[in-house]
Design a protein around this ligand. Structure first.
Ligand SMILES: NC(=O)c1ccc[n+]([C@@H]2O[C@H](COP(=O)([O-])OP(=O)(O)OC[C@H]3O[C@@H](n4cnc5c(N)ncnc54)[C@H](OP(=O)(O)O)[C@@H]3O)[C@@H](O)[C@H]2O)c1
Length: 230
């Protein structure tokens, strides 16, 4: 299976590519021109392009089975970044996937997406623009999974003691998670058929019970059933 990772030069994106390589997937890195990639990804195919150029996008995604989207506006004084990157560029990527026949999309989004009154929105209403991007993925007609992490950190220490709390959408509002675990969760989603069509929120801590994504999703269904029965 060939996986493309967009935003592969980002702090989550490069880790997703590394985790995909560990699982022996063929990996194609999608970045804008001039992005810097770590040495660990030197064996991957690379495509440098503008996410706002449809023909370049189509070319970069041809032959790809799954696209993992890890792009995101970098903090900047230009407050239009979230609209451009988290909404329009995600939308462009989804449209390109439809044109070239990509079969699966995994989007790295964020906790609290869609909330208006939230301090993160001081950066160009980012949580609202991310909702536009999420909706585009959800309505794509392509098998999708949205991973919404809490606050991201760079920790690579002690990860074996960190367990992920996986919940359904709009269940968590705070908490953090190392980017490495987000990357692992993206690859786990790829191998979990019940993750298709789900928004999965993730944070981590040592106190959480150790669960696979598959087991956690079975719990989601039980909760929905309980609500329906009431
Ligand atoms: N920071 C947090 O605590 C947090 C929490 C929850 C969710 N998230 C979300 O999680 C995702 C990953 O976050 P991160 O902090 O790991 O990412 P990051 O390091 O900021 O990387 C962002 C990636 O997007 C690319 N990008 C930005 N603007 C672009 C543009 N105009 N055209 C093409 N590519 C562009 C960057 O390319 P360059 O390398 O060329 O700049 C980079 O590859 C993002 O969507 C972020 O919003 C973040």
């Amino acid at each position: 299976m060939k996986i493309a990772v967009s935003g592969a030069s980002g702090k989550t994106g490069f880790r997703i590519a590394e985790e995909a390589l560990k699982k022996r997937f063929e990996v194609r890195l999608i970045t804008r021109k001039g992005s810097v990639l770590p040495h660990s990804l030197k064996s991957c195919e690379k495509e440098e392009l503008s996410l706002f150029n449809n023909s370049e996008l189509d070319q970069s995604l041809s032959g790809v089975d799954t696209l993992i989207i890890a792009t995101g506006a970098r903090p900047n004084i230009d407050l239009t970044g979230p609209a451009k990157v988290d909404a329009v560029a995600v939308s462009n990527q989804v449209e390109s996937c439809k044109r070239v026949g990509v079969k699966r999309i995994i989007l790295v989004s964020s906790l609290c997406v869609g909330k208006l009154f939230h301090p993160l929105n001081l950066f160009g209403l980012i949580l609202l623009w991310k909702k536009v991007g999420e909706d585009k993925v959800i309505n794509s007609g392509i098998d999708w999974t949205i991973i919404r992490p809490g606050g991201l950190n760079e920790s690579e220490e002690n990860l074996q003691n960190q367990n992920i709390l996986y919940t359904q959408k709009n269940s968590q509002e705070e908490g953090s998670i190392p980017r490495r675990l987000v990357a692992k969760a993206c690859i786990e989603a790829l191998n979990t058929s019940t993750a298709i069509g789900k928004i999965i929120e993730i944070t981590s801590s040592e106190e959480n019970k150790s669960l696979t994504m598959k087991k956690a999703i079975e719990g989601f269904n039980n909760i929905s059933n309980t609500i329906l029965e009431v």
